[in-house]
Design a protein around this ligand. Structure first.
Ligand code: SF4
Ligand code: SF4
Length: 177
């Protein structure tokens, strides 16, 4: 008999605890956003798409050696007049990258030549799109200063559809003849 009432007490307590969580969330502000028209900013240490800055890179190849997935390849040539290496091309195969940041950590330049950004909307239409290449001649997007955060993904000009308000305003509610 005692066990019977003990079980009823435990179940009632568990039920109250569960309902307490529900009640707490009922009165807190909603976290839902209308993605992709509204976006929640990623956390400060979020590791998004890699950005590379040909203007800052000193071609030391530390990043290619640090990368455990071997997804970074590059070619450079030593300039005999300046005694410095000059970048020819730099490639990242994003199909192999697992966003570990080891390349960023190993990069010795003061402003990192390679670093993660907060860009997470990565879409690829084919396998070859995964391989992103930079060369020193690549134009920076207009208004971008050397070292400014930007990615090749942004420069692809990914587009989202019209906002729900525009869709609602332009979609006839009844079929037209
Ligand atoms: S984030 Fe990691 S896996 Fe991706 S390129 Fe850098 S070192 Fe390689
Ligand atoms: S570690 Fe930095 S400076 Fe060295 S090659 Fe890689 S991106 Fe360039």
């Amino acid at each position: 008999m005692l066990n019977y009432f003990k079980t009823i007490g435990q179940v009632s307590w568990a039920l109250c605890k569960g309902l307490g969580v529900t009640l707490r969330h009922m009165f807190s502000p909603a976290l839902t956003v209308q993605y992709p028209y509204e976006k929640v900013p990623p956390a400060d240490r979020f590791r998004g798409a890699l950005a590379f800055h040909p203007d800052l890179c000193i071609c030391c190849e530390m990043c290619t050696r640090a990368c455990p997935s071997q997804c970074i390849t590059m070619e450079s040539l030593r300039n005999e007049q300046t005694k410095r290496k000059e970048l020819i091309w730099y490639r990242i195969d994003f199909s192999r990258c697992h966003f570990c940041a080891l390349c960023e950590e190993s990069c010795p330049t003061k402003n990192k030549s390679i670093h993660h950004t907060s860009e997470y909307e990565l879409t690829f239409n084919s396998r070859k799109d995964f391989v992103v290449e930079w060369t020193p001649k690549d134009p920076q997007p207009s208004g971008a200063a050397p070292g400014q955060v930007w990615t090749r993904f942004l420069s692809r000009g990914q587009k989202i559809g019209p906002s729900p308000e525009v869709v609602a305003a332009t979609t006839p509610s009844a079929p037209t003849a």
